[in-house]
Write a protein that binds this ligand. Structure first.
Ligand code: HSE
Length: 440
């Protein structure tokens, strides 16, 4: 081993995360080189627009607008893929691997959808692929699940794993401002995806859950089987009513091993105010891992933003560069040839309590009618409250109900019955109340 070796990086994609990573690498280069044991240098960067003005001093780095130049460059040892999306990125990563390059990526969609194929081809070509930055920004959850809890049988992984959603919900709860006005702020701060509907509609958290569940349970990457809902329809009044009842509304990603298969779901839910995840606010992400040996572990930290994500990208770069330098390729828990086709349970069979809100005609008998409907499903009522009418002239009053545990299939039937009642005006709002009780 000679410290005169230089490990060379090629970046594809140079947006928020790419530029933050580049700047942080320059800033901390001395320390990083000591950690690896040899020199490290960025030799080429592929950008979208060569003319665009950037606040980054690229020094002698070759700039190109053809990302294939980077992945085919014989000088490049590690391709840092920060281009996002699945089409071009999939091809770039495949070409990089086929050309013997190691890959560090922050691309959750790519791994969540094509993880099986990509990990297998990297294994076949004896190259390394690392994707810590794909999940939860700065939190080292991929490493924790892959390495630190390897001897455990994991029971559940539950998290707040979209910084944009958590930022929006936290601001709605504390500043009482609408969803739309806060989303613009999340975009300005660099938290949201290029297409923010990926964040608010839950897709981004779904991608991340597909990755976490594959690592935690040794299953294939199964994004397409995850039930995904977003936060785009959440109203200020439901956040306020939930709080009055002792709950916080959070956007959760849940992977639980049950006797019938894996439960994989992403959706807003009410969680008790004293639960550890309830105090995870703003752009912070929080992930609970429940192992049979470790018990519950909680990891939290900045879940989005340039520097937070750069922290994870650079940690992967150091891992891969160290492996190249020492010639040792560390085995991970995730062995692509051994991933299981574990069954995924249907969302409609998932069981929880529910928060239900209806707008009812202000007349006697409505509460009794709602109670009768729930009783016909053998479900108890934990709380029922008639709230003050928001618009006195409208002659309708909000009624908020917390139900006992029941299946999603049953609550959907309850909601249909209530929506068709003459006493109820308009639709029925319904969210799960998560009590974190797993049947495993
Ligand atoms: N848009 C993502 C989020 C960025 O808000 O969490 C980090 O993956």
């Amino acid at each position: 081993m000679s410290s005169s070796k230089i490990i060379k990086l090629g970046f594809v994609g140079f947006g928020t995360v790419g530029q933050s990573t580049f700047i942080a690498l320059q800033r901390n280069l001395c320390q990083i080189k000591k950690q690896i044991g040899c020199e490290l240098e960025v030799v080429s960067v592929a950008v979208n627009d060569l003319e665009k003005k950037r606040d980054v001093n690229l020094g002698g780095v070759t700039l190109t607008n053809d990302p294939f130049e980077v992945v085919l460059d014989p000088n490049v040892d590690i391709v840092v893929e920060l281009i996002g999306g699945t089409e071009i990125a999939r091809e770039l990563v495949s070409v990089a691997i086929a050309n013997g390059k190691h890959v560090v990526t922050a691309n959750k969609a790519l791994i969540a959808i094509f993880g099986d194929e990509i990990l297998l081809s990297a294994q076949n070509e004896k190259t390394l692929i690392r994707f810590e930055a794909a999940v939860a920004g700065s939190i080292p959850i991929v490493k924790a699940l892959s390495e630190s809890v390897r001897g455990n049988r994991i029971k559940a992984v539950v998290g707040i794993i979209n910084g944009t959603c958590n930022f929006v919900l936290s601001e709605m709860a504390t500043k009482h401002v609408s969803f739309a006005s806060i989303l613009g702020e999340a975009q300005r701060l660099g938290y949201a995806e290029a297409d923010p509907s990926f964040d608010v509609m839950g897709t981004d958290a779904g991608h991340k859950l597909a990755i976490l569940s594959a690592i935690a349970f040794g299953t294939k990457f199964q994004f397409d089987k995850i039930h995904v809902e977003g936060i785009q329809d959440i109203l200020l009044e439901d956040i306020a009513y939930a709080k009055e009842l002792g709950y916080q509304v959070k956007h959760l990603a849940i992977a639980v091993k049950t006797p019938g298969g894996l439960e994989l779901r992403v959706h807003p839910a009410l969680i008790p105010l004293d639960h550890i995840l309830a105090s995870v606010d703003g752009v912070v992400n929080g992930i609970l891992v429940d192992g049979d040996l470790s018990g519950p572990l909680m990891l939290s930290g900045a879940g989005a933003g340039g520097d937070a994500t750069a922290s994870a990208v650079i940690s992967d770069i150091i891992d891969v560069a160290s492996a190249i330098y020492t010639g040792g390729i560390k085995a991970r828990a995730l062995r692509p040839e051994k991933l299981l086709d574990y069954p995924i349970t249907s969302f409609t069979e998932s069981v929880s309590g529910y928060y239900v809100r209806v707008e009812a005609k202000d007349k006697p008998g409505v509460l009794a009618e709602i109670s009768r409907v729930l009783a016909s499903f053998n479900v108890s009522i934990e709380a029922i409250q008639q709230k003050e009418a928001r618009d006195v002239a409208s002659a309708k009053v909000p009624i908020v109900i917390l139900t006992g545990r029941m299946t999603e299939r049953a609550i959907r039937e309850v909601c249909e019955i209530l929506a068709s009642s003459d006493s109820i005006i308009g639709g029925v709002i319904c969210y799960k109340v998560e009590d974190f009780q797993w049947a495993n």
